[in-house]
Design a protein around this ligand. Structure first.
Ligand code: CIR
Length: 256
């Protein structure tokens, strides 16, 4: 069971963050409302939230997931794969130290964003992307192995339209994964039951299992229907303002 999460609301200059999509400027007030609803959903799922202060020095810092990999046995601080985000890690380190006695860090030349890490119980899929390099992936795999976790690499550099591995996959438990079409034939996912995301709903692949619920982005009815038919209780959340900045549901929290 997950019991806690770290979140950070968007800062006033959130719109100055990085994005690769052309969906317009996010509206700050609306982003705050969507973030509040997200926090309420995590609380509804039974998590106790640690809320960090908004951080204007780092406009992308609401996407806390990229700064660490948190597991049942350890937390590993990342070295984000884009220079403007490297400074975000220090603030997250301070708060994770309150929860973890085992706090490891990646080092040069490793680069890795938490959004590339998909935890599937004792196995971790590590995406190699524009943000996570082979050295970062290898360091993480070795650190995870020292805590008795296995891992495998999924190279997504040739997959169009996804920033991170978890922009295209999510683990639901019971060896079941949500995947976008572009990733569904990957050898790495053999042995898993795949819930396919239909064309046009790719953004919804970034859903998040939190205890008895699955958080899903609002506005993607086919995936939500499929999940409900499979017996999941879903909570649909408006994510439009975060989507404009290339962010999804998973990136807004570190859950442990
Ligand atoms: C970035 O480009 O780093 C942010 N604008 C979005 C990060 C999204 N993070 C995630 O999916 N884990």
């Amino acid at each position: 069971m997950l019991s806690g999460a770290v979140v950070r609301p968007p800062s006033v200059n959130f719109a100055n963050g990085l994005t690769s999509v052309e969906l317009g400027m996010p509206v700050y007030g609306r982003a705050l409302e969507q973030h509040e609803a997200y926090c309420a959903a995590l609380t509804q799922c039974g998590l106790k939230l640690t809320r960090l202060e908004a951080e204007e020095r780092y406009p992308d810092s609401t996407f806390v997931e990229d700064t660490a990999v948190v597991t049942e046995r350890c937390a590993i601080l990342t070295r984000p794969g884009t220079p403007s985000r490297v400074g975000e890690v220090a603030g997250v380190k301070a708060v994770l130290a309150e929860f973890y006695s085992e706090l490891a860090s990646l080092c040069e030349p490793g680069r890795l964003d938490g959004g590339d890490i998909c935890e599937a119980e004792n196995h971790f899929f590590i995406g190699i992307s524009g943000r996570t390099n082979a050295a970062g992936a290898q360091q993480l795999a070795e650190l995870l192995a020292s805590f008795n976790y296995t891992s495998s690499f999924v190279d997504i550099r040739e997959v169009d339209g996804i920033l991170h591995l978890k922009s295209g996959v999510a683990y639901l438990g019971d060896k079941r994964m949500v995947v976008i079409e572009a990733l569904r034939n990957r050898e790495e996912f053999r042995g898993y039951e795949l819930v396919r995301v239909q064309a046009g709903e790719e953004y919804a692949a970034n859903c998040v299992m939190v205890n008895d619920h699955v958080l899903v982005a609002a506005g993607y009815p086919a995936l939500e229907k499929t999940l409900r038919e499979l017996g999941y209780q879903t909570i649909a959340l408006e994510m439009t303002e975060f989507q404009k900045m290339d962010g999804g549901l998973s990136c807004l929290s570190l859950r442990f």
